[in-house]
Design a protein around this ligand. Structure first.
Ligand SMILES: Cc1ncc(COP(=O)(O)O)c(C=O)c1O
Length: 369
């Protein structure tokens, strides 16, 4: 730990989360059993046995499932589809995941920021924006949000689902972290509450098996799934099939639940180390989220502290994070905030890294031990 840079910037799983030996076995078995299919150009909609498995899991017809080279690719297809012909107006949470903001900007979208608090996005603000003008899409991450770690409350889920249904608002529910829950009961997805007509559900195996597989999926109404499949064909002919076949073998062998339980334990220990270290090291006046799952804690330091300037000093001191402004459309907001990912580093490194971080903050206000 001594001199190495400790990264709280990387929203990636620690190497010990990755089930490498099992996946090696599954890859070999998948290619031996079904190599002719898995090594050919697959259907653009994904490896059929995996697509069927996902359809069953979501209780929908397989025609509604599009398996993609992971979920960011599916998001890009959806935005490309919405941007064909006119400039889409897209509502997002503020803060939100930074990569979709870049994809939206690249497609010239009019991006509207919706405020959120500890219970997730504010449904009143959503209604106000819909009164102000039609929207092509609401992009939301209701569970263990990136970057905030926050979860949309049940009451708000019901309201957002009702708004989507009443107003015919298309919603993308991006849910890569929902199964990575450390405690408490899962809340129903918007997709289920609304009935899956206006709410499109997206997820991937990046956080539950391994991100390098690049296997994700969307559940969409059939015409939309078909339109996106057309874009997939003209982008890459077919997604990468061998990793989809490997994932299917992993699922078929019943490894999914046991691996998930193992991953939850590894990440829970990291979340606990992070919250403990923040309590010890951060000054009075700082606030942070307390996630029940996922990868991230969102910290707000006292107003007046510029976290971009702090990042320069932190990097020099051997600890990194992502500054809050990266997660706001046009960088408007989050000046005193930052995202800490506890997923990648060890609990020991978390304690050391937050110690380094805390020592950069104004001394008089520190809580002291
Ligand atoms: C909210 C959210 N959506 C999508 C992704 C992209 O994941 P994938 O590996 O499935 O493309 C991430 C990755 O960090 C994420 O945090």
């Amino acid at each position: 730990v001594a001199n190495r840079v400790i990264s709280f910037a990387r929203g990636a799983p620690a190497p010990e989360c990755l089930p490498a030996a099992e996946l090696a076995d599954c890859a070999r078995a998948a290619l031996e059993r079904d190599g002719a299919t898995a090594l050919g150009y697959g259907p653009a909609t994904g490896y059929p046995p995996l697509r069927n498995w996902l359809a069953q899991r979501h209780g929908v017809a397989p025609e509604r499932i599009l398996v993609t080279n992971s979920s960011l690719q599916a998001f890009a297809f959806l935005v490309q589809h919405l941007a064909a012909g006119s400039r889409p107006r897209v509502l997002v949470e503020a803060p939100t995941y930074d990569r979709p903001l870049k994809i939206l900007a690249a497609h010239g979208a009019d991006v509207v920021a919706l405020p959120m608090d500890e219970d997730g996005l504010d449904p009143d603000a959503l209604e106000r924006e819909l009164d102000a003008g039609d929207a092509s899409l609401l992009y939301t991450i209701p569970t263990f949000q990136n970057p905030s770690g926050r979860t949309l409350s049940l009451e708000r889920r019901r309201r957002v689902a009702a708004i989507a249904a009443e107003r015919g608002l298309l919603v993308l529910e991006d849910d890569p972290y929902g199964l990575v829950r450390f405690e408490g009961d899962a809340l129903p997805p918007l997709f289920e509450l609304e009935g899956g007509e206006r709410v499109v559900y997206g997820s991937s195996f990046s956080k539950t098996i391994a991100p390098g597989l690049r296997v994700g999926w969307l559940v969409a109404p059939e015409p939309l799934a078909a339109a996106l499949a057309e874009l997939a064909v003209s982008t890459y002919i077919s997604p990468v099939v061998p990793t989809q076949a490997t994932v299917y073998e992993f699922l078929r062998r019943g490894h999914f639940e046991s691996n998930l339980e193992r991953v939850r334990g590894l990440l829970r220990a990291r979340r606990d180390a992070m919250l403990g270290a923040l309590e010890r090291e951060l000054p009075a006046g700082a606030t942070w989220s307390e996630p029940n799952g996922g990868y991230f804690v969102w910290v707000d330091l006292a107003a007046g502290i510029d976290t971009r300037e702090l990042l320069t000093r932190a990097s020099a001191a051997g600890v990194t994070f992502v500054a809050g402004t990266d997660f706001f459309p046009s960088g408007a907001g989050g000046e005193s905030a930052l995202r800490l990912a506890y997923s990648f580093v060890s609990p020991e490194e978390i304690a050391e890294g937050i110690g380094r971080f805390g020592s950069l903050l104004p001394e008089p206000a520190r809580r002291g031990r």
